[in-house]
Design a protein around this ligand. Structure first.
Ligand code: SAM
Ligand code: SF4
Length: 365
């Protein structure tokens, strides 16, 4: 190649690298800068982004990985989200409900494994009414020294209050998309603003709150993903989850393409740089699309893993999407396997509940 041309190219590359380095160290990023980072496809640039996210994660969260043990206690749902295999109109799905004592006993077994957060997750199932959920929360708190996260969809404001009083600590309710038009399409004309009002209410009654989106859901643009990250910042979340969309049979989106793994990892990394003091999980959906997904996620800003510890045969029937990672493992082998993976990258499983990293700041304000 002509020497002058080579010099110009080298200078150009150095300029981009310099700019990228500066960008990755900026304290605040604009929407345009977030979009630029989400679009990085050069492998080396992408690795720089992941390395910076890993540094930020280590600085704000340390090197411990917190486990959250999920109990998917019911796959009944009264909603019809277009993307989800549990939607009410999916008549092909075999439905189940775990009995309250079974749920409480499963929570006790999980806590005995040294996992100090229980996530009680289900479809929007009103069979589990205010009192029944409150009873389950209260009994788990009596029997196990754990934090409880609820992930039950949108429920009544009085219910949130009652469950907080019964001992719940956190609520996970993804906003799914920050684009109000797309939100209404996915959720049969429901409003994004209503979901956000639930999240804000949950915060005011004392829950640590988690939210997030799906990457690659039909019609989503990179600009939408940038808005998702900025919305997570505005909501001042304690946990932000970004998982790839996976098409599910017997849903309107069954023939759509799955989300892109690399874009999901870039989203997690940019979110870590923008949000800083927040818990970010390496999701099961990411591990489902990529064998190494969990490790890649933990190396791109994540500090949480949420193993599904629902007992068989229920776990196999919680079919949000097909081929979910690890659905045949028992809790003990699941924890040992995660331990091996986490230690292989020089990190370790935490022995604490892994409460919000922002909690101390909030108490001192
Ligand atoms: N019903 C509760 C709710 O909607 O918040 C909790 C259970 S719901 C199955 C938990 C999450 O699964 C949703 O917030 C959504 O982001 C995710 N999900 C649903 N369908 C999915 C799909 N096809 N691919 C990836 N994630 C999906
Ligand atoms: Fe039901 Fe949640 Fe699935 Fe929507 S995402 S259909 S609310 S389980």
């Amino acid at each position: 190649m002509h020497r002058e041309l080579l010099e110009i190219l080298q200078n150009y590359n150095t300029k981009i690298i310099m700019n990228l380095k500066e960008l990755l160290h900026k304290n605040e990023l604009t929407k345009e800068e977030i979009i630029f980072l989400l679009n990085l496809i050069d492998k080396e640039d992408q690795q720089r982004l992941f390395n910076r996210a890993d540094e930020v994660r280590s600085f704000y969260c340390g090197d411990e990985v917190h486990l959250r043990g999920i109990i998917d206690f019911s796959n009944y749902c009264e909603q019809n989200c277009l993307y989800c295999g549990l939607r009410e109109d999916n008549y092909k799905l075999t439905r189940y409900r775990m009995m309250p004592d079974e749920i409480i006993e499963t929570a006790r077994v999980i806590s005995n494994l040294g996992i100090f957060t229980i996530v009680l997750q289900s479809g929007e199932d009103y069979y589990f009414d205010t009192d029944l959920i409150a009873y389950i929360i209260y009994q788990i708190k009596q029997k196990a020294n754990v934090a409880i996260t609820l992930s039950l969809g949108e429920r009544g404001f009085d219910e949130y209050r009652a469950w907080k009083f019964a001992g719940a600590d956190r609520y996970l309710l993804k906003h799914e998309t920050a684009n109000p038009k797309l939100y209404s399409i996915y959720h049969k004309k429901q409003k994004l603003e209503d979901r956000l009002s639930h999240l804000r209410f949950l915060r005011t009654v004392g829950y640590q709150i988690g939210s997030g989106n799906m990457i690659g859901i039909p019609m989503q643009t990179v600009e939408d993903i940038a808005d998702d990250i900025l919305l997570c910042k505005e909501l001042d979340l304690d946990m932000a989850a970004f998982g790839p969309f996976i098409p599910s049979p017997h849903t309107p989106y069954q023939n759509k393409k799955p989300g892109n793994v690399e874009l999901t990892l870039r989203t997690m990394a940019v979110a870590r740089i923008v949000l800083k003091k927040v818990h970010i999980p390496a999701t099961t959906a990411l591990a489902t699309l990529d064998e190494e997904g969990r490790i890649k996620g933990l190396n791109a800003g994540a500090n949480i893993v949420m193993p599904d510890l629902t007992p068989s045969p229920y776990r196999e029937q919680y079919l949000i999407y097909p081929d979910r990672k690890c659905i045949n493992d028992n809790p003990l082998s699941c924890k040992s396997c995660l331990q091996l993976q986490i230690e292989s990258i020089g990190r370790k499983i935490s022995n604490s509940r892994g409460d919000s990293i922002k909690q101390k700041d909030r108490l001192t304000v």
